[in-house]
Design a binder for this molecule. Structure first.
Ligand code: HEM
Length: 219
């Protein structure tokens, strides 16, 4: 897979070299060069309102969230998915290499070519995701949600074997935190979503204020 910034196949022309291997070049625009405008509010509610809705869902459930509670906590699960959609931690995945001559979108690909999938761009393709720049967990709750186009862990035979563990950790830890705390920006405010270039999209450090909220069942 090779994706343009809008999730389309880009030209295979203009070769590069990685070690001794030919490389299908990066999309013309690396994902961190053009961060989309992020909208966290509007008709879908502010982040504070989302936290309140998540807390209501969590506090309405019996006991703290566990890995098997995905079906009981759909908004929490949708929030994890939307986070992985808008900012996939590994936006360029790994760099798979073809073992034999192949083709991609009708174009020939020589054996030993490195392919670089741009997951971040694919997950913001406006032909698939409505208002892709908006953080909107509800999109995963709607009937016909394009969940199969969510690829933060890659796809196919070499997809991430740690997906189940990673998703369970995100679900449980986010749920445990939001069940008991309200998160507020620290004095310096929140960082942008630009991230640091690298194989992994890294967020700069920042401070949050964690305001305790009483979980149900505690005095
Ligand atoms: C949010 C957390 C994680 C993300 C976003 C992530 C993402 C990815 C991606 C995109 C790939 C490349 C898939 C492809 O080329 O199609 C990958 C591969 C891999 N991941 Fe993860 N991963 C995560 C957590 C983990 C964890 C927790 C483990 C191990 C416990 C793990 C182990 C691996 C391994 C071994 C591969 C290489 C698979 C192969 O080449 O066959 N990952 N991951």
């Amino acid at each position: 897979m090779v994706w343009s910034p809008r999730g389309r196949l880009v030209s295979l022309g203009g070769s590069g070299v990685l070690g001794s291997r030919p490389v299908i070049p990066l999309p013309l625009c690396a994902p961190w060069d053009a961060p989309p405008p992020l909208v966290l509010h509007g008709r879908h509610g502010t982040p504070v309102q989302l936290q309140a809705r998540l807390r209501a869902e969590l506090q309405g459930a019996q006991g703290p969230p566990g890995p098997g509670d995905v079906g009981r906590l759909p908004l929490l699960q949708a929030t994890v998915s939307e986070t992985l959609r808008l900012r996939p931690p590994a936006p360029l995945a790994l760099f798979p290499c073809t073992l034999s001559p192949s083709s991609l979108g009708g174009l020939p690909v020589a054996a030993g070519t490195v392919l670089i999938p741009n997951l971040l761009a694919a997950q913001q393709d406006p032909d698939i995701w409505q208002h892709p720049e908006v953080f909107l967990p509800e999109r995963f709750l709607a009937p016909g949600a394009p969940s199969r186009s969510l690829l933060p862990f890659g796809c196919g035979a070499r997809s991430c074997p740690g997906e189940g563990l990673a998703r369970a950790e995100l679900f449980v830890f986010l749920g445990l935190i939001l069940r008991e705390f309200r998160l507020e920006p620290g004095p310096e405010g929140l960082p942008g979503l630009r991230g640091s270039p690298g194989t992994v999209l890294r967020c700069p450090s920042f401070r949050l204020r964690m305001v305790p909220c009483q979980p149900p069942g505690l005095p």
